[in-house]
Design a protein around this ligand. Structure first.
Ligand code: HSE
Length: 299
């Protein structure tokens, strides 16, 4: 058996649409059993909804991996333990892709490097900002140029704590991407370019007070707000309770906030604002993960 443990991720981080992502200390496990007949067992999140046939994303990724290395796919079965909530916005599909690639690569004798795997993950997922931090860990900046991916891990201050709000409804990434305009005003592009750069610089230099400005966004959150109308109210509540910055996590519906030392007041503020504005959901603390996906066990 080959087991991969892959972290949840929060993408965009406000201004860094499709470029910035952060790994969280909340993991899904993917186990590959080197024997048939083909079978998928799922426990935890998504156990009742995720496909258990060859349409399963981990399985599809393994078939895609073997196609990429030009070898027939050996017999295998899968066992998944999912701890990452499926509300959307915490990179659960990236964990399936990254996990599938890691176990398949180990089974094949590791002909691909992590960089090769990441390139293939990007090809499958379509955007890099979840798969890159899931593979590498920490805060990752990803830039794609003609299919080529450049990634940079940015140091994280160790006093940061994080809170996530998990609404009682899901938002599909496809739907959330359909809401985005194909053109944006130059002024809005400039607004985000400066803030995404500020986010990276603030983290790298430990100037976390800059995160409030750095997490503001005009490229995706305003267009997605129609899918989560109370979002600005929850942002406001988190910031008033001392959050350093707050954003729609990936394409939503999860929200994420960073705090200094203690995320407790932000968690309470998220839940209070949600009750006030009639939004079902719950908030919880989550730690940031400096490490990415790893193979944890082989038996
Ligand atoms: N950057 C992507 C988006 C992340 O916002 O659509 C989706 O998880």
């Amino acid at each position: 058996m080959i087991v991969a443990r892959i972290p949840a991720t929060s993408a965009n981080l406000g201004a860094g649409f499709d470029c910035l992502g952060l790994a969280l200390r909340l993991h899904n496990d993917v186990a590959l059993i080197e024997d048939g007949p083909f079978r998928v067992e799922i426990s935890g999140e998504g156990a009742d909804t995720l496909p258990r046939d060859r349409a399963n994303l981990v399985a599809r990724t393994i078939f895609r991996y073997y196609e990429a290395i030009g070898r027939p796919t050996p017999l295998f079965s899968l066992r998944m333990l999912n701890r990452i909530p499926m509300t959307g916005g915490l990179g659960s599909s990236s964990t399936a892709i990254v996990g599938g690639l890691l176990v398949a690569n180990r089974l094949a004798g590791e002909p691909m490097t992590r960089d090769d795997l990441l390139r293939l993950a990007l090809e499958i997922e379509g955007h890099p900002d979840n798969v890159a931090p899931a593979m590498l860990g920490g805060l990752v900046l990803s830039v794609v140029e003609g299919g080529r991916l450049t990634t940079l891990q940015v140091p994280l201050p160790d006093t940061l704590r994080a809170a996530i709000f998990l609404p009682g409804f899901t938002i599909s990434t496809r739907e959330a991407r359909r809401r985005l305009p194909t053109r944006v005003p130059l002024e809005d592009a400039v607004f985000n370019v400066g803030r995404a750069a500020l986010f990276v610089a603030a983290m790298a230099t430990g100037q976390v007070d800059l995160l409030r400005t750095a997490t503001q966004d005009r490229l995706h959150q305003p267009y997605r707000q129609v899918l989560f109308p109370a979002m600005p109210r929850l942002f406001e509540a988190a910031l008033n309770a001392g959050a350093l910055g707050v954003w729609l996590s990936g394409a939503g519906s999860a929200l994420m906030a960073l705090a200094r030392d203690d995320a407790g007041p932000v968690i309470e503020a998220f839940e209070r604002a949600a009750r006030t504005h009639g939004v079902a959901g719950r908030a919880r603390a989550v730690d940031l993960s400096p490490t990415g996906a790893e193979l944890v066990d082989e038996g």
